[in-house]
Design a protein around this ligand. Structure first.
Ligand SMILES: C=C(O[C@@H]1C=C(C(=O)O)C=C[C@H]1O)C(=O)O
Length: 419
């Protein structure tokens, strides 16, 4: 597209955004076109977008925040709605986990058309280099189910990944670090190009406690909220400590109780909560960190979870706060730098945008940035292929075989969605 505003523009053209309250258009994910589509949805609410009026390929999150602030300063917006976070001028984004160890690029993109729903209110935002007056023309074709999907190991086979976990346990026992999160990948291949909308719709339906997302071929449903900032209130849902569900409710109750008492899982969890609380502290006041985690139930796994809340000053946007928080010990480890190096040495994997922040930001700086987990990345050059990722927190008491089982449980949502 020729008229897309990019980071390279020395003097980008002024953008105009018009937001109109509309009648309920029906399920959002059913309205997505196949190409250039973006989504962030949970329990039927959220935003979807398509087309592209501005795009930044930032070096890191702080770089993206700077670009966003500059862009917002020159936008002319009109809206028939009072401010609802996410309505109006906004962008979807997805960030590389570790730019120093990846060939992938982060992205922040402003769609041409956005549809949103929140608390029963629905809106349409149209953005362009002049005010756009078009009605809502849905160009969406029905999503296609992937056919004949086959799976192959990614960077490491199961046994080799177990060996990497064992090596990490040794380094932890030797006192080099306290926790590290090691991930593995699987490559799924279908007969025809994969339609991300099919995966998104299935994830959104089944994993309704998760945030389902689609940004530039990255599709998934994450249970972990790195950070939400809305009208000055900040919340973070920290997860660490996992057990696979049994499929039997009575047995799952016993498993949940065992998870809540497991010293290995509680230790893993504590590192993750501390990393979030420490990173937020300089920018927030009135922080509340519950003393003990609760058990978050998902269809495939149970997680230890802590919801941290705080009040943020106006000077940091949701992206600025995400920059301070990423990478948390839920997906990297403790201490951060040693864990990052250990990951680069042991994983044999380019995480690309897996485990990086994914979400949206609006013109007020409000936004939601989940951690891109339980996801896959559709191959740019061969869209019949999608790389699936899953990682596990490793501490001194971790058992490699149990971690492999846990990683398989975390791959279930994407494998099921691929059919
Ligand atoms: C790294 C992942 O999940 C993270 C690791 C967890 C754990 O080790 O218990 C739990 C939730 C997430 O913070 C993943 O799903 O890929």
């Amino acid at each position: 597209m020729t008229d897309v505003v990019t980071t390279a523009d020395p003097k980008p053209p002024r953008l105009y955004a018009r937001t109109t309250e509309i009648d309920d258009p029906g399920p959002l994910v059913g309205l997505l076109p196949e190409q250039d589509a973006y989504a962030w949805v949970r329990r039927g609410e959220g935003m979807i977008g398509w087309g592209e009026v501005a795009r930044c390929k930032p070096a890191d999150i702080a770089d993206a925040e700077q670009w966003w602030t500059g862009l917002v300063a020159q936008v002319v917006s009109v809206s028939s709605l009072e401010h609802i976070p996410g309505s109006g001028f906004m962008a979807f984004g997805s960030f590389v986990f570790d730019p120093s160890n990846s060939s992938a690029r982060s992205t922040l993109v402003v769609p041409r058309t956005i549809l949103g729903r929140r608390q029963g209110r629905c809106w349409l935002t149209q953005i362009g280099t002049s005010f756009v007056h078009e009605g809502l023309a849905s160009t969406s074709s029905p999503p296609r189910a992937p056919r004949n999907v086959s799976y192959a190991d990614g960077g490491l086979t199961g046994p080799r990944w177990e060996a990497a976990v064992a090596e990490a346990v040794q380094r932890i026992t030797a006192g080099e670090l306290e926790k590290v999160v090691l991930a593995r990948d699987l490559v799924a291949r279908a007969e025809e190009p994969i339609d991300a909308r099919w995966i998104l719709a299935r994830l959104a339906e089944r994993y309704e406690r998760c945030w389902s997302y689609l940004v530039d071929g990255l599709v998934g449903a994450t249970p972990e909220m790195l950070l939400r900032r809305e009208n000055g209130l900040v919340t973070s849902r920290v997860l660490a400590g996992t057990i696979q569900r049994s499929g039997d409710n009575v047995r799952d109750l016993a498993l949940a109780a065992a998870l809540g008492r497991s010293s290995k899982d509680l230790e893993e969890h504590e590192y993750a909560v501390a990393s979030v609380a420490d990173a937020l502290a300089p920018y927030c006041s009135g922080m509340n960190v519950p003393d003990a985690p609760y058990v978050l139930e998902l269809p495939n796994v149970l997680h230890l979870a802590t919801d941290v809340t705080a009040v943020a000053g106006p000077e940091r946007t949701s992206l600025g706060l995400a920059a301070a928080l990423h990478p948390s010990a839920a997906v990297c480890g403790t201490p951060t730098e040693t864990a990052r190096r250990t990951i680069a040495e042991l994983e044999h994997l380019d995480r690309e945008r897996y485990a990086g922040p994914v979400g949206w930001i609006d013109a007020q700086g409000d936004g939601e940035w989940g951690i891109a987990l339980r996801c896959g990345l559709i191959d740019d050059t061969d869209p019949r292929q999608i790389r699936l990722y899953a990682g596990c927190g490793v501490v001194a008491g971790s058992d490699p075989e149990a971690e492999l089982t846990e990683s398989n449980a975390k791959l279930v949502p994407m494998r099921d969605a691929l059919g």
